[in-house]
Design a protein around this ligand. Structure first.
Ligand code: ATP
Ligand code: MG
Length: 344
């Protein structure tokens, strides 16, 4: 069965937004607006799966919203909102807690990484995080989900949940007039040269909001000097840059910086290496710093301006939440019928 095409994705208000979030996710969000109906969510319920200071969380939520707006997402044509204002996310997540299997969740690498050694002490929310993510997407029966590479496994779990729901309740789905399948299989959109931006300090770790070292990432709100300094200090190896892409194999730091340059310049890595191959890192780093400042500077400035007016941001989120809820409530009503939950 063909489902109407719709895009959904989310970003957590769990710290400073960085170049990985920008290139892996937000740049794609912006591009998809021209071709799809899009719903972009500040996923605050995901953020609290690890401790968030209640005095800080509202600021972080507004800052992610400001980034969406500053990067050019249109909140009138599309929907921007924060997750906790639409209770259907949590409600559908409960149903999915009863669909997903414990074994599926135990295999999730993000849980293993974030829980660390003391797994017994991780929140239950951190374990069932992917079920809430499935609910975020499927509350809108979204068909396309732009994410960074790190979220691929969670997307696969969302597809498994959709499929198991469709199978388990097949008879009831048909009986209620929804045909063969109620939920679509949401498709991940993971493309381009920067789907997994790595830490500037360690080429084996992804750039992350939660990394303790600020030098590991470029924040969207960093000023020009800070960006330049972070690029200059980024870890590299002693070899000059290769002239061809396969020369980046086993050179994670070089590969990362070339990928960042390519994504920011909207060029391929091969093309970037044609220009910089054989040259020293210092020359390339100067060009990269200039490019990053040129691309991120205006966005950071606009974000800083937007967060000065929290009432405006809150009105964008309020309006978006109402429009999102209208869709999610329809889905939830149908889910209740399908599952057999009596409702008004
Ligand atoms: P946290 O460390 O709190 O999980 P995060 O930096 O991973 O924060 P998220 O809010 O979890 O950010 O992810 C938002 C989006 O950014 C997701 O689509 C995710 O795949 C993408 N993303 C996160 N980090 C990177 C990265 N290093 N490279 C590319 N995309 C990324
Ligand atoms: Mg993350």
């Amino acid at each position: 069965m063909a489902f109407p095409q719709r895009v959904f994705s989310g970003v957590q208000p769990s710290g400073n937004l960085h170049l990985g979030n920008f290139l892996g996710a937000i740049v794609k969000f912006v591009a998809l607006q021209d071709h799809y109906d899009c719903i972009y969510c500040v996923v605050d319920l995901h953020a609290i799966t690890v401790w968030q200071d209640p005095n800080e969380l509202p600021r972080a939520t507004r800052e992610v919203t400001a980034a969406f707006l500053a990067c050019g997402i249109d909140p009138k044509k599309h929907i921007i909102f924060n997750q906790s204002q639409v209770a259907e996310h949590a409600e559908l997540a409960w149903v999915f807690n009863c669909i997903a299997r414990i074994g599926w969740l135990n295999r999730m690498t993000q849980f293993k990484e974030k829980a660390g050694k003391d797994r017994e002490n991780a929140s239950v929310g951190l374990l069932v995080y992917p079920n809430l993510m499935a609910a975020d997407i499927l509350a809108y029966r979204a068909t396309h989900v732009p994410v960074g590479e790190d979220q691929k496994q969670h997307l696969e779990l969302s597809r498994d949940i959709a499929q198991k729901f469709n199978n388990d309740y097949a008879a009831s789905i048909a009986a209620h007039g929804f045909g063969k399948a109620f939920f679509p299989q949401p498709e991940p959109l993971i493309q381009g040269p920067a789907t997994r931006v790595m830490s500037l300090r360690d080429g084996s770790k992804k750039m992350s909001k939660s990394d303790a070292s600020d030098y590991s990432r470029i924040n969207l709100t960093d000023d020009a000097d800070t960006i330049a300094q972070k690029v200059r200090k980024a870890r590299t190896d002693p070899e000059p840059l290769p002239s061809e892409e396969k020369g980046l194999d086993k050179r994670p730091e070089a590969d990362n910086l070339v990928g960042i340059y390519a994504a920011l310049a909207e060029r391929s890595k091969a093309d970037v290496l044609k220009e910089f191959g054989g040259g020293q890192f210092s020359t390339f780093k100067t060009a990269l710093a200039d490019l990053a400042v040129a691309k991120l500077g205006p966005i950071g400035a606009e974000m800083k301006k937007l967060v000065q007016d929290p009432a405006h941001i809150d009105s964008v989120l309020g309006d978006g939440s109402q429009r999102a809820q209208a869709i999610a409530a329809e889905t939830m009503k149908a889910v209740k019928d399908i599952v057999g939950l009596v409702h008004r």
